[in-house]
Design a protein around this ligand. Sequence first.
Ligand code: BGC
Length: 770
Amino acid sequence: MNKNYIKPFEWSIIEEGFDPENVEASESLFSIGNGSMGQRANFEEDYSGKTFQGSYIGGIYYPDKTRVGWWKNGYPEYFAKVLNAPNWIGIQIKINDTELDLNSCQVSNFRRELNMKEGWLSRSFQAILETGEEIQVETKRFISLEYNEIGAIEYAVKAINFSGEISFSPYIDAGIVNEDSNYDEYFWEILKIVNGQNNGCILSKTLKTAFHVATAMEVSFTLNDQKVAVAQQTEVEEKSLHYTYKLPVFKGDTAKIYKYGSCVSSLNYQKEDLIEAAFKNVKKAYNLGFSQLLESQKNSWSNIWHTADIIIEGDIRAQQGIRFNIFQLNQTYLGTDARLNIGPKGFTGEKYGGSTYWDTEAYCIPFYMATKDASVAKNLLMYRYNQLDKAIENAQKLGFKNGAALYPMVTMNGEECHNEWEITFEEIHRNGAMIYGIYNYVNYTQDFEYVPKFGLEVIIAVARFWHQRANFSEAKDQYVILGVTGPNEYENNINNNFYTNYLAKWCIQYAAECLDRVEQEFPEDYKRVMDKTKLTDEEIKEWLNVAENMYFPFSLEHNVYLQQDGFLDKELIPVAELSSFERPINQKWSWDRILRSCYIKQADVLQCMFFFENKFNKEDLERHFDFYEPLTVHESSLSPCVHSILAASIDRMPKAYEQYVRTSRLDLDDYNHEVHEGCHITSMAGTWMSIVQGFGGMRVWEDGKLTFNPQIPKEWKSYSFTINFRGNIIKIYKSQTDCKFFNESKNEVVMLVNEKEILIPANKSVTVQC
Ligand code: BGC
């Protein structure tokens, strides 16, 4: 595909000119969603060129049986797939019986816009059909944030050079298949098709998981903006419902269809009530009308932007990049439902199955915590708390006991469901991220009560896992953790991954600290949790013995911790010496060659230094950065942001900026040549962190103090961001010369800026020279 075809605008993603080569990439980039459902930016009308159809509903998945050559005990039974759901957006268009298909007609003035400020997607173009008719098309669609089961489309066709007939065939298609399916199975069963006057509904059910989904539509028409009633022809097929409406037009007339859609599921309704609920939704949408729905959409987005926006002056591409990231994160997850989570591709594609990864705790929680009310991050923690029993079962399946929990690397409902053992499943480090998420949340919000009420049980179960997973090495006279994959997936089944061992030790120590504090401050909860988990002082002592005697691979020669045992046996040739033809190595090299090489897919030792920066001094950070950065290929979207943040904290602003640009426009500029598969949603939270934690230097460690160490790339005039810190809205504006802190709240706020304490009274601002 062509790179860099997205026009730089502050608030919009814009594509101008029609190029079939860009269709699939644009379908990802212009995706829309509302946290509960979402869809790729497929055209409403039929398109015979290359396209990847995708509509998704949060929480609706299918357990696709694992596909492996040689089954081994412990393999997950299935790989959960977010389901490509019935499509409600389709509208076939015919002009005097000739179908509108951008792949076969002459298209001009094509323009597509994703308006991030107001939350809608539009298209406009002129087309000359094979039969000579010329039309002007304008479309707009959105998925409502306020009415989160509703979507709306306005589709206008103007007859430019003919009088005749424009026909609209709105439909619901439930005959949908996943591109990504292990056995080419069909995942849906159609239960009922209901057709009405200008409205209709299909009730379908997922096979195996038996989720029921009702998808409804309601349509209305205008001719030259006057409402018109049009006769309906109905076609009920096995898996779809089509209506056709023919509008006679004179040259210059504009015919318009409004199509409202609704998806409701058995996650939120009794199965027998679904059809009625879906009909009610589309009727409500019809009654409110497109304009009113759009107004409410603008308001909802304006509220989101109030606390989430980042403004960059002097670099329009960077501005567009960061807003795109913030916009997509909000389209994916809004934090109102603790059963939902953030799939690495959100609602923009099928890859990664729409499941939950460690990405949530390691990357996304900081974003949601600082841009929304604390309840949102808490819901993300509750998601894991609610899955604790499954995590204990996962560990039991692998032979762990006594309530040890292993959280899944990939999950929909708490069960492990990835079908690659060495990569991914062996990444037991994710168990540590679960606890890191809690630690981060408690530091930032000071809501320690979460620990006694919920988190402690998770913390105990994870500490138990690490205690059992480590074994004593006589040879090393220390505890070791063998046979793992670290965050760097270009090394598999290695021993003593520094990051994993560090997290294991830290989790146990954090567990002991939390237990002490809960015992003192929440004695009743302490008793309840101790009774439930049957934890004894003896067992805690054993854990601590493992933690205190944990082994870490270290090189005296380089004075750095080693990523794993034996890392120095590799040929250490910097990435800079690889020819560009060999990159990305995951597309150019054999897996064997990758595993033997020294190349690091994503931050690994550096991931640890990022999480626990306060436990290392600046020289440590510099040495490790200088050792590992040159060997890192950043072939995971999660990598550049960590490098950017660390580079900023060791005052390497040019490097921090270089990595920032890469993370912020990863999808818009398609760095990894894969945006057609979907956008990298979870790494977008990393982009946000690169500004707030990287350039802004914001940290909140165990002492709970809000601290900043603001810097600015020389390429920018200024940047500003807003945080919700314990209910106080604070805006930070950094220019090349100073930094202003606006306290928009009713309370005074104390913070450390470049290690100096400053107090900002309620509704006042303070400027610091830096
Ligand atoms: C990364 C993992 C990540 C997953 C989903 C992989 O490419 O290596 O760390 O969890 O993508 O984002």
